[in-house]
Design a protein around this ligand. Sequence first.
Ligand SMILES: Nc1nc2c(ncn2[C@@H]2O[C@H](COP(=O)(O)OP(=O)(O)OP(=O)(O)O)[C@@H](O)[C@H]2O)c(=O)[nH]1
Ligand SMILES: [Mg+2]
Ligand SMILES: [Zn+2]
Length: 369
Amino acid sequence: MFLGLNDYHITAMKSIGLTPAIEEHAHTFLDQGFALARVTEENRESYLVTNGRVEIPAEISGKLRFTAESRAHLPAVGDWVIVSLLDNDTQAVIHDVLPRKTLLSRKAAGDKSEQQIIAANVDTIFIVQGLDGNFNLRRLERYLIVAAESGAQPVVLLSKADLLAPGELSTLLAEAKPVAQNVPLIPYSATTGEGIAELQQFISDGTTICFIGSSGVGKSTLINRLTGSELLPTNEVRTDDSRGRHTTTRRQMIILPTGGILIDTPGMRELGLWHAASSLDATFPEIAGLADECKFTDCTHTHEPDCAVQRAVNDGALDEGRYQSYVKLRHEAHWMEERTTVAGRLERKRKEKILSRTIKHYFKQNKHK
Ligand SMILES: Nc1nc2c(ncn2[C@@H]2O[C@H](COP(=O)(O)OP(=O)(O)OP(=O)(O)O)[C@@H](O)[C@H]2O)c(=O)[nH]1
Ligand SMILES: [Mg+2]
Ligand SMILES: [Zn+2]
């Protein structure tokens, strides 16, 4: 039986990450006979929710669906939700989503300018990258920005260390270190077990950890190893390019009996930036520092004169690959913000107004000719 208000069990709730803030928010609802639960799985429009003891299917109430301003306002894995129970407490209806402490999201795949939530209320993000053909510093930068934007703490896990020849690991680590900056960087092997104890230090009772990374890097394999079971399906990667086969197809929360809450996610083909302008500078601190010395405060570091960033690239003080990556990501982040924020939309409107005035002016002048 699903436990409602009367069976609200604080220890069980804490094991699934309950915080004093959520408890506080939930109080008024609990007084009215609703129950508190956490979303553990999302399948299109249906969900699974738990109270730390039992997991049951749930659907969104008509009102919540109707009043949600966008997809991002609907529940996602990791959300704390207010539910009512039906059918002998075997089915729940979600009425409200409680305020989120952190929110891990990206631009939805495809052409739409829409936010897609990966997970909510995450404390730590395990960014998993393979030390095989998947190793790519430019991709790592992208993941670091998305993680920084979420408000959760990132940790970079480099999987498949067992596949490297002796000496190779130190070379790859030396390359990854300046990209990861202060973010912990842990090489490990799910096959031999090396590095596992080190990454386990980030897992503790009540903390929520979300695993992200390309398909085939070993997210589900690592979760299986941590749970000591074959709970999640895994699949071999293609030998020619180390790519995975998109084995995991949904976001799913796994609660470790030893404490800790893990969220497995499907490997991402593209990780488009949602709002990221503020995390960009945090991920590229050396470039942000140089930018203070550019002549123009809104310098894009691409064509402007007296640009300290371009100067540093020319002098060899700034890595060219990192510079190119920064320019590309900055452009992407600004483009998205112009389309999706109020301030951005106003700015775009202003530009369009100027353009339309210029066009009108041009036609007026030509008419008199
Ligand atoms: N040699 C080696 N192989 C590993 C390691 N970790 C995972 N693998 C293998 O990599 C393959 C892909 O692992 P998965 O766990 O399915 O990868 P995933 O990240 O969950 O992939 P998606 O679910 O598709 O996103 C499997 O064949 C694993 O056995 C490791 O540390 N070393
Ligand atoms: Mg998987
Ligand atoms: Zn500049």
